[in-house]
Design a protein around this ligand. Structure first.
Ligand code: LAG
Ligand code: CA
Length: 475
């Protein structure tokens, strides 16, 4: 099969827990027009329903416990709504990436899933809603205990992650069921997958499952895959690099930590974090797990977080994923904002349509410091990076070839900067906020706001629509 299409200059956004109708609207109204190329959506398969756990609404993490591979009636919508979302986003040039839970099914207990399928920990009687496939106890294991020794690769890959029934992916029939689920999504036009807990599935099984999928209609090529691996000495990131891109938590910790500390002047030349080259790495400032369980920088940190996100989009290393979820306050279990009692469903069951204006949904990708940066990344593509300025430890500016210039100020006072640049002479909109800046004779003079950025790129050159804020703009 053809290779996945992975052009330079892509920006993905994790629309964590957004419902399908809301994702579709966002593709059409915002993401496509602003140069975002993909959305990572929450798991679309039938999931357990855990009411009112630990003082919250249905916890967000019920989605990570598959009951079957039906797409009908999750908290985010119907199978028809899912298919319509994929089509609408594709028409806007935006690929849908599905969070694929392939390592495990459910935890202890029993119940009825979101689409009405009965389950217990090792019994999933109807995987596709047509009585052709099921899992029973023999399809799990070979280990039926929780992972205890994280230094033992055998255990990490074959025992139970937080007590979730671990699928026996050594069994070709289990892999066939997983491929059937994934190919069903690909045939709808899904562009690829974030592989949940990939590290817990032996590499050979990952290779078979994700290396033998259908071609994506509309986009061409095979699905693009991001393996979720917290690399360590026992299971390094690089073990999964032959089978797709790999989530780079080493980048996440280092870059987020340095922005938090205001120590960014050394970030122009990034190492191959965790041994992953730029092409092999998926990068992010936080994700739905780290923002809850290991927060370094999150939406709660305000400007500094948005600044770090803008930097991630300006720097060529890795494929960036912007995180955009909902405000969970102090409750790491709390499910997404939901509508009240509808059609006999209890409150908390159906996720509300996203509204970026209320504060309930964080919508980081629309923040003024971030929103224009997917356009910057698309414009700068594979252009190399040339450092242009630093000032103390908290300030950094660089060029991206002759296509872009960006300056980051992780301090509490404005930075008056005059720097050399290879950008052609002209006046440019600031993609990382407001205002414009003029390049003249290979030099640019800008005021970079406290905890803010200035980012100029060739496709953001303004002719006579600069908004009148620049005194040097010709009439
Ligand atoms: C992931 N990546 O490897 C997800 O990013 C992460 O969010 C998932 O955990 C995990 N793997 C499994 O897919 C989430 C929650 C867990 C939750 C789990 C399953 O962070 O807290 O576990 O999803 O719903 C929950 C309870 C546990 C319990 C378990 C089994 O919190 O206490 O042991 O269910 O019943
Ligand atoms: Ca496993």
């Amino acid at each position: 099969a053809a290779a996945p299409v992975t052009p330079d200059g892509e920006t993905l956004v994790q629309l964590f827990q957004w419902n399908w109708d809301s994702v579709a609207a966002e593709c059409e109204n915002f993401l496509g027009p602003n140069g975002f190329s993909g959305v990572q959506v929450s798991p679309p398969q039938e999931h357990v329903v855990i009411p009112f756990a630990e003082g919250g609404n249905h916890p967000w993490w019920q989605d990570y416990q598959p009951v079957s591979y039906r797409l009908d009636n999750t908290r985010r919508g119907t199978a028809d709504e899912f298919a319509a979302m994929v089509a609408t986003c594709r028409d806007s040039g935006v690929r849908i990436y599905v969070d694929a839970v392939v390592n495990h099914t459910t935890g202890d207990g029993s119940g009825v899933g979101s689409a009405g399928t009965a389950w217990s920990k090792y019994e999933h009687p109807d995987l596709f809603g047509d009585s052709t496939a099921s899992y029973d106890r023999d399809d799990f294991g070979p280990c039926y205990e929780e992972i205890a020794n994280w230094n033992d690769k055998e255990e990490v890959q074959n025992c139970q992650l937080v007590g979730l029934a671990d699928l026996n992916t050594a069994d070709p029939q289990v892999r066939d069921h997983l491929k059937r689920y994934l190919n069903g999504l690909v045939d709808l036009g899904v562009g690829g997958f974030r592989v949940d807990a990939a590290k817990h599935v032996p590499e050979a099984h990952i290779a078979d499952i994700f290396g033998n999928l259908n071609t994506v209609p509309g986009f061409g090529g095979t699905p693009r895959v991001f393996h979720e691996v917290y690399g360590d000495a026992t299971v390094p990131y690089t073990a999964y690099a032959p089978y797709g891109e790999v989530t780079n938590f080493d980048y996440q910790r280092d870059v987020a930590g340095k922005f938090k500390d205001g120590n960014i002047a050394g970030l122009a030349q990034l190492p191959d974090y965790g041994g992953l080259t730029s092409d092999q790495a998926t990068v992010f400032i936080d994700n739905h797990d780290t923002q809850r369980y290991h927060p370094t920088l999150t939406y709660k940190d305000g400007d500094r977080y948005h600044l770090a996100t803008a930097f991630m989009l300006a720097h060529p290393y890795g494929t960036p994923v912007v995180t955009s979820g909902y405000d969970f306050g102090d409750n790491v279990t709390e499910g997404p904002p939901s509508v009240g009692n509808v059609g006999g469903n209890p409150a908390g069951w159906i996720t509300e349509d996203t509204d970026c204006s209320t504060g309930a949904w964080v919508c980081s990708h629309r923040h003024p410091t971030v929103a224009g940066m997917a356009g910057f990344r698309a414009s700068t593509g594979s252009a190399g990076l040339t450092q242009r300025a630093t000032d103390g430890s908290g300030r950094l500016a660089f060029d991206r070839g002759a296509r872009g210039f960006a300056a980051f100020n992780a301090t509490g006072s404005a930075w008056q900067l005059t720097a050399a640049t290879s950008l052609p002479d002209g006046t440019y909109d600031n993609a990382a906020g407001g205002g414009t800046a003029t390049v003249s004779g290979g030099s640019v003079t800008v005021q970079v706001p406290a905890n803010g950025a200035v980012a100029l790129h060739v496709d953001g050159e303004c002719e006579d629509d600069c908004g009148g804020t620049d005194p040097g703009t010709p009439g």
